[in-house]
Design a protein around this ligand. Structure first.
Ligand code: AMP
Ligand code: MG
Length: 419
């Protein structure tokens, strides 16, 4: 049977993600809301701007008066934070600062740079005119009251991820705290007889467990709360016991690494099946990450929610790539985020790529994200090469039918951040 294609697998993940929803909400101070997902709408508590706002330092006037280029009587000054003491009279101008309320009756602001201040004999500037040949139209350099938002408007909806712009908007609307969805708890279980803890000196045939901390970082960056569990040996009783105890804690999602290929000691899929998981797919036509499996533990008397389970291949780069393309969208859905990763972008390829067609490849690459992004493949020794991976900032996506990509080709890249 041919392996499932990447687009088909992505569609199945998306379909499942759309059945997931965020759980409860909590309130966090605005300063801690960065990266969280909004749980209730954010409303404007007043018109924005609350007054017709000058966008320039200059002179508030009636456009028709200014366009005569006759001197306008300087009737007063409005600073930001103040209001004009009266409405503007015909033939008058008010000196005004950026951010100040435009006096009633004025319909334009001409810029300081376009003004000629006329000094009378006693040296007090009492009149100003718009320099010829400049003219001004009504509305220029003024944002009308409520042009940005009206009192009561919903400016952000539940499901919006909070970044700096949303924090600024919340501050403008008087929200010192925000209601956000609770972070989904993601259990991380690494399997493998060869795994040694970070702080140990590994034996001659051992390697340190790098997947657990890497996945914890990816989970946290994608808005989840990682829970790293002790590593598990490649024995049926050990894998069974570990999986059962993971599921008994009812995490929102489970990530398991290693033990999912076709080797004699790859025991994870059978153990998950014994624990009640149903698989949607096992093995995708991608590289790295081909052995990845996706399933879920269905709703039961004990568990009111299905628990998505991703069994990621143990090779670190395979784990990372399959996280980005399959785990991140599930996690975003569980976080209540309405925009699901993965995110792709286009770039132009530095150098040429040649290879065998048949698989969608996600090759570690480095992109210069300037105005015309250029991406280059990082030479690597395969999906265990963490030194190469650490030099990458994205993955070059190679479509399954390609055997050559010429230098300068327009290519797709997989972004490693989940915003
Ligand atoms: P597996 O998927 O279990 O066949 O493992 C594939 C490769 O990934 C092997 O070379 C493992 O030693 C390596 N590997 C598995 N788990 C981890 C881990 N947690 N951290 C680093 N490397 C791992
Ligand atoms: Mg293994």
């Amino acid at each position: 049977m041919p392996l499932l294609s990447y687009p088909e697998a992505a569609k199945q993940i998306l379909g499942f993600a759309q059945t997931l929803a965020a759980r409860t909400a909590e309130t966090v101070p605005l300063a801690e809301a960065f990266g969280r997902v909004l749980a209730t709408p954010l409303h404007a508590d007043r018109d924005q701007p609350p007054f017709p706002r000058s966008t320039r330092d200059g002179y508030a006037c009636r456009a028709a008066d200014s366009n005569t280029h006759q001197p306008l009587h300087l009737a007063g000054q409005v600073r930001a934070g103040q209001s004009a003491s009266s409405a503007i009279h015909p033939g008058d101008a008010w000196e005004i600062m950026t951010g100040a309320p435009v006096p009633e009756g004025a319909d334009a602001v001409f810029m300081l740079e376009h003004a000629e201040v006329l000094e009378p004999a006693d040296a007090s500037p009492t009149s100003v005119r718009l320099r010829e040949p400049r003219t001004i139209t009504a509305g220029e350099n003024i944002v009308p009251r409520a042009a940005e938002a009206r009192l009561g408007d919903a400016l952000l909806l539940p499901g919006a991820r909070i970044t700096a712009a949303q924090i600024a908007l919340a501050a403008q609307c008087g929200y010192p705290a925000l209601s956000v969805y609770k972070r989904p708890r993601v259990a991380i279980l690494s399997t493998g007889d060869e795994l040694a803890p970070i702080e140990s000196t590994p034996g001659p045939s051992q390697i340190r467990n790098s997947n657990s901390p890497m996945l914890a970082a990816l989970v946290a960056a994608a808005g989840g709360e990682p829970v790293i569990l002790p590593t598990v040996a490649d024995s049926e009783p050990a894998v069974d016991a570990a999986i059962q105890s993971v599921l008994a804690a009812f995490p929102d999602m489970v990530l398991i690494t290693g033990g999912i290929s076709a080797g004699r000691f790859d025991l994870v899929q059978d153990a998950l099946t014994r624990a009640g998981a149903y698989f949607t797919f096992h093995g995708i036509a991608i590289q790295p990450g081909k052995p990845v499996a996706f399933g879920h533990v269905p709703i039961s008397i004990e568990s009111p929610y299905p628990i998505p389970v991703l069994a990621l291949p143990g090779n670190p780069i395979s784990s990372a790539i399959t996280f980005h393309i399959f785990a991140a969208p599930l996690l975003a859905a569980l976080s209540g985020n309405t925009t699901l990763p993965p995110r792709f972008a286009s770039a132009s390829l530095i150098g040429e790529w040649q290879g065998k067609p048949g698989l969608t490849r996600f090759l570690p690459a480095h992109c210069d994200f300037n105005l015309s992004p250029r991406v280059g493949i990082i030479p690597w020794q395969g999906s265990g090469d963490l030194a190469a991976f650490a030099r990458s900032n994205c993955a070059l996506v190679i479509p399954p039918d390609a055997d050559t990509l010429p230098a300068g080709a327009a290519v797709q890249i997989l972004l490693f951040d989940s915003f």
